[in-house]
Design a protein around this ligand. Structure first.
Ligand code: FE
Ligand code: FE
Ligand code: ZN
Length: 277
């Protein structure tokens, strides 16, 4: 069975997200831990969480994926912004323990002209300052499109971050199909070589989740504009090859396409139809 879901609004809590996911035939979902533009997180309601955990157990959800706010930037030139990043990730990881054993994805950051090496060092410094032995959450670095001064535009940059993290067993990678295609990895014509490269540089065992998005702009465009499945430059055929690739087919897939719940449901059933058991 394919593990697939989409990004859902967390404003009504965990139990509501679980119900919404099932309504569109999904068996997982992604959500923002707080407003994507930053700010304070809503208090966790333990009753809501326990309702969700019971429901997720019944429905056999294999996992869920939390997404950090976009404003989390451990490699900003501004110390206040870096402090905010530490505070948010620490708080998010504490909150994640209400739903133990899941994934927390974040954009590595933007070095804002300080250089990728400085960025990589600051990102690893945050992870080393925050990850604990006790946490049950795996923290995922997202592959980025390379827009502006984004760190994580290449497998090498992610590898360099991972190399510097002490608690490596708490770390993984989330591959965003729109981002890597935008970053210059040709998933459409060279899926096998791209995955071989990922394996050689990072290791496929580190790959824990896929953001399944088509791309509005072309290969290597560094634009980061998502499109609906089959409506972008990656196209449906390549998407079908991606979800069925032996190295990927057992991973959870998350749609972050410009869509409403009904549209997500249609994309999910389309992908389920083409998934080969
Ligand atoms: Fe993201
Ligand atoms: Fe993404
Ligand atoms: Zn994106």
């Amino acid at each position: 069975m394919i593990t697939i879901g989409c990004h859902l609004s967390s404003s009504k809590g965990y139990a509501a997200m679980g119900k919404e996911a099932v309504k569109i035939n999904a068996n997982t979902f992604q959500f923002f831990t707080r407003n994507p533009r930053g700010g304070k997180a809503k208090e966790i309601d333990p009753e809501d969480v326990s309702r969700f955990l019971a429901f997720a157990g019944e429905q056999k959800f294999p996992c869920i994926l939390a997404h950090a706010p976009y404003t989390l930037n451990a490699c900003s030139a501004d110390e206040k912004v870096r402090e905010f990043a530490w505070m948010v990730m620490k708080d998010d990881l504490a909150r994640m323990e209400y739903t133990p054993g899941n994934y927390y994805n974040f954009h590595p950051g933007s070095h804002v002209g300080q250089g990728a090496q400085k960025g990589i060092a600051l990102i690893a410094e945050m992870l080393n300052g925050i990850l604990t032995e006790e946490q049950s959450t795996t923290v995922l670095l997202e592959t980025m499109a390379g827009k502006g001064s984004e760190v994580g535009r290449s497998f090498e940059e992610l590898r360099e971050i991972l190399d510097r993290v002490e608690k490596k067993e708490k770390m993984g990678v989330c591959l965003d199909t729109c981002h890597v295609y935008d970053a210059g990895y040709d998933l459409v014509n060279h899926l096998d070589p791209v995955l071989e490269e990922f394996d050689r540089i990072i290791g496929l065992s580190r790959l824990k989740a896929i953001h399944l998005n088509d791309s509005l702009y072309g290969w290597n465009s560094h634009k980061d504009r998502h499109a609906r499945i089959g409506e972008g430059t990656i196209g449906l055929e390549a998407m079908i090859r991606i979800i069925n690739h032996p190295a990927l087919k057992n991973l959870p897939f998350y749609l972050e396409t410009p869509n409403d719940l009904k549209g997500y449901g249609e994309e999910i059933s389309l992908l389920q139809k083409f998934f080969v058991e």
